[in-house]
Design a protein around this ligand. Structure first.
Ligand code: NAD
Length: 328
């Protein structure tokens, strides 16, 4: 198939080239995001390959159909940026990579927790400047603390296992209880109950209409003072303005994020030579107890290999049978 790969980053091209080498597909890589202004670049291609911040709404899907596109291949797990109903009505199939490395995201989540708890971001800078003072670097033992995990699918379950390994008590929220989590001692409970008990809260559920702003003023008010809140799932699970309020009051003890509600306009780009006008994100960067990474939790070698191989397999399966296992 002729495939146009939008939003391609330099780091992923070698993995994609290797995966597609003997596939027979003709793949073109471009760094532009897919949106209504770039959709016509897909004229004459049969499949477009897109990533987390490409805008695949009804208008773009209608234009893709006019271009002759039959398949949208997501090279990610989340699909909140795709209007699936619009794709169905235009007869365009949508495939994704459901699980490429739950370890990559779960391990990055643990990295954010350790960084915030032991103030590694401050310690790194201090030592480079010859400052070996320990003031302000006090952390707490993770051992014995209660961690609430919202969403125990592929990533959440791995994260639960790691936190059990640290000696934490892990409580979880999910409409579907995971047998492995139950076996390792994870206790399932209602969201409000879990939030109220937790020293650390980590979000691993998908962004859906019912999970939009799951963390807001109401749910923040249930949490223990000093709670650590971590989001490596999707930005809009959190009402950022509400969390900023919680940080200013000292109610939220620390906040670690790899995703941000308005990240599409900024992430994956070098914005260092322009004025960033997003006041909420900029306010977050001023807190000493906030750590932000730019949607890099998935970025391991193993994950990029799996993403590329599965994306190629999805496209090949669709070409030969009209369906793929990972079709939405
Ligand atoms: P998954 O589908 O395996 O698991 C999601 C779990 O959330 C499921 O068990 C589901 O039952 C549960 N869930 C659904 N609604 C819920 C609710 N209201 N409350 C609690 N739980 C709920 O997905 P996954 O592979 O574990 O990925 C989780 C999320 O991580 C994805 O949706 C994606 O947004 C995000 N993600 C982020 C990165 C990154 O680089 N930061 C990479 C991959 C995935």
């Amino acid at each position: 198939m002729k495939v146009l790969c939008y939003s391609t980053r330099k780091d992923e091209i070698p993995f994609m080239e290797q995966a597609f080498a003997d596939s027979g597909h003709q793949v073109k890589f471009i760094d532009s995001h897919l949106d209504i202004t770039t959709v016509r670049l897909a004229e004459g291609v049969e499949a477009v390959c897109v990533f987390v911040n490409d805008q695949v709404d009804a208008q773009v899907i209608e234009a893709l159909a006019e271009c002759g596109v039959q398949l949208i291949a997501l090279r990610c797990a989340g699909f909140n940026n795709v209007d699936l109903e619009a794709a169905r009505s235009q007869g365009i199939a949508v495939v994704r990579v459901p699980a490429y490395s739950p370890y990559a995201v779960a391990e990055h989540t643990v990295g954010l927790i350790l960084m915030l708890n032991r103030h590694l971001h401050k310690a790194y800078n201090r030592v480079r400047e010859g400052n070996f003072v320990l003031d302000g670097l006090l952390g707490f033992d993770l051992h014995g603390k209660t961690v609430a995990v919202v969403g125990t699918g592929e990533i959440g379950a791995v994260f639960c296992r790691i936190m059990v390994g640290f000696g934490c008590r892990v409580v979880a929220v999910d409409p579907h209880q995971n047998a492995d989590c139950l076996a390792s001692g994870v206790q399932y409970m209602a969201l409000d109950e879990a939030l109220a008990q937790a020293d650390i809260i980590s979000l691993h559920c998908p962004l859906l209409p019912q999970t939009h702003h799951l963390i807001d003023d109401r749910t923040l008010s249930l949490m223990k003072p000093g709670v650590m809140l971590i989001n490596t799932s999707r930005g809009a699970l959190v009402d950022t303005a509400a969390v900023i309020g919680g940080l200013k009051r000292g109610h939220v003890g620390s906040f670690g994020i790899d995703v941000y509600e308005e990240e599409a306009a900024l992430f994956f780009e070098d914005n260092s030579d322009r004025v960033i006008t997003d006041d909420l994100l900029m306010r977050l960067t001023t807190f000493p107890n906030v750590v932000i990474t730019g949607h890099q939790a998935f970025m391991t070698k193993e994950a990029l290999e799996n993403i590329s191989d599965t994306t190629c397999a999805n496209i090949s399966a669709f070409e030969s049978t009209g369906r793929a296992d990972n079709q939405l």
